[in-house]
Design a protein around this ligand. Structure first.
Ligand code: ADP
Length: 246
């Protein structure tokens, strides 16, 4: 029943969202069409062309992020969990994240020396990283550092995403996981990014803690149940009596 309710709520949310997304999309397409029109009017090799191409790229990136979010949020298909090493997921996505985030922000990764295994859906984990990275980018308009850390604490795998951005006051922090809560200007935020992150982490049996203060940056600490590797069979030396370890 809880599942059904959550889904109904989600569908209602998606319905409300559709109009807004269509509107955002139109704005982005207007940018793309406008830039193409301007490029067409220039002689080949004109130095202005690069700037217009950048604008097209930025609009396409926004549109891609928007559809990804909407798709992830509206996904009804059950997740396909598999055993994944967070270190691998982070390093494979690193290039895309850096591109998404732009060159004014340094992306650093601090990966645990051992594999950090969790049972999760790969697409979901990528979505979590993408959403947190996009928010970090938006919080650092003048540049900064995004640091992604993996590790273990007890039975949990840890994934931390830290930025050196604007941070949040308490009244914002209290609402960030609510669907449609956004402080971004019209057309820039959907308010679905962290609602999606929260849903994914909960579904995987984990939790999220947020450390933030205005001007002091923000760190999202995510905990997921770790999958411990099967213990290798004991090494037996021929002739030696098996040693029992207490
Ligand atoms: P959106 O990014 O579309 O606004 P989110 O659910 O991803 O939606 O985020 C909700 C709000 O949480 C943002 O509008 C912003 O105010 C705040 N927020 C999220 N991440 C950060 C961050 N890293 N630094 C500062 N504020 C953040």
């Amino acid at each position: 029943l809880e599942d059904e309710l959550r889904h109904a709520h989600k569908m209602e949310a998606i319905g409300r969202l559709a109009g807004g997304v269509a509107h955002d999309f139109n704005n982005l397409l207007t940018i793309v069409t406008g830039s193409i029109h301007l490029i067409r009017g220039l002689p080949a090799g004109d130095p202005m062309i690069g700037g217009y191409v950048d604008e097209i790229q930025a609009a396409v990136d926004r549109a891609t992020a928007l559809t990804r979010q909407l798709l992830a949020f509206s996904r009804k298909q059950p997740s396909r969990p598999e055993v994944l090493d967070l270190n691998e997921v982070v390093s494979e996505l690193g290039g895309l994240l850096a591109r998404l985030i732009g060159n004014r922000i340094t992306v650093r990764t601090e990966l645990a020396p051992e594999p950090v295994r969790v049972r999760a859906d790969r697409g979901h984990l990528e979505q979590v990283l993408m959403n947190l990275a996009v928010n970090a980018r938006d919080a650092m308009p003048d540049g900064g550092t995004l640091c992604i850390t993996t590790g273990m604490t007890g039975p949990f795998a840890k994934l931390a995403v830290a930025d050196t951005g604007c941070g949040m006051p308490e009244h914002v922090k209290a609402k960030i996981f609510e669907p449609f809560f956004t402080t971004k200007e019209m057309g820039k935020g959907t308010g679905l990014g962290l609602a999606t992150v929260h849903g994914i982490v909960e579904q995987a049996g984990g939790g999220i803690e947020v450390l933030t203060a205005p001007g002091a940056g923000t760190t999202f600490h995510i905990r997921l149940p770790a999958v411990t590797a099967p213990t290798p069979p004991p090494v037996t030396t021929p002739g030696a009596a098996p040693v029992s370890v207490r």
